[in-house]
Design a protein around this ligand. Sequence first.
Ligand code: UDP
Length: 325
Amino acid sequence: MKVLLTGGAGYIGSHVVRAVRGAGHTPIVYDNLSKGHAESLEADLIVADVSDGAALRVALEENEIDAVIHFAAFIEAGESVGEPGRYFRNNTVAGLTLLEAMRETNVKRLVFSSTAAVYGQPPVVPIEEDSPLVPINPYGSSKLCVEYMLRAYAQAYGMGFVALRYFNVAGADPAGDIGEDHTPETHLIPLVLQVPLGKREHITIFGQDYDTPDGTCIRDYIHVSDLADAHVLAAGAIEPGMVKVYNLGNGEGFSVKQVIETCRTVTGHSIPVVIGSRRAGDPARLVASSARAMRELGWRTKFPRLEEIVTHAWRWHSNHPSGYA
Ligand code: UDP
């Protein structure tokens, strides 16, 4: 299978490129390199933007693409609250451009990177896929809009889709040669690890007055390599006209304080903390039920333990303190 990965030079994309290749398929990356890293890639690279429908059509046709995995997006919930237009343009409008390019070139299979942010403040955890969809930030809304488009395109044109709702993706390939490198970094685990790396003096906890046992937000952290495997399974499972949605998490929640404690254990560093105010757009608690992905896709995680996730992240960051630079 020839697979086009938009945003394939990013953190998750680069790990999925490896998984696609490992499964015997041919990955072709389509990335504008605004945030991605060509150095991470073991694949052909087309440097272009997902908002460029003409470039997309050429890429899909000339490479005889069988399936698309669409990562290219802005991903920061907090930022999206202050800049909603950028999120709807880059995530929703560009998503529509991609669907149109696929329709025009008769490419009928897509795996879409969705997010736990589509659930907003879930009334019950673990979250099942049929929980209410009430995003509380424009990031979640921008992704949910695309999920709605997928349903319409499946019905109208017989295209087939899987939307994967990611929980908190972390860690790095155990081989240690690819990993997370965002500028600026906003995610908890890489930021915490900057303290033992000597790049920051402390980590700020965004609020400890949430309705959780220690007052800090609870998230479900999933290893990026496990997440990557689900994409290969999803791409292989797509049938014409189908829309399936799967949560991808470990089913266990960790508070911000527990994550910091795990980073202390893994790195042997004391990691000082400062308590700050809440970050806009943060729900208190997000924990997945991934039973459906396990049942229907046969997905199994290899690295479910938070300590292992942090260990692999630490291996990458301590060996590449400046990322890919
Ligand atoms: N967080 C924090 N300090 C930081 C970065 C993140 O306390 O410097 C918290 C954030 O408020 C959230 C959790 O860590 O509760 C995970 O945030 P992240 O940005 O990694 O992922 P998100 O849940 O937004 O997708």
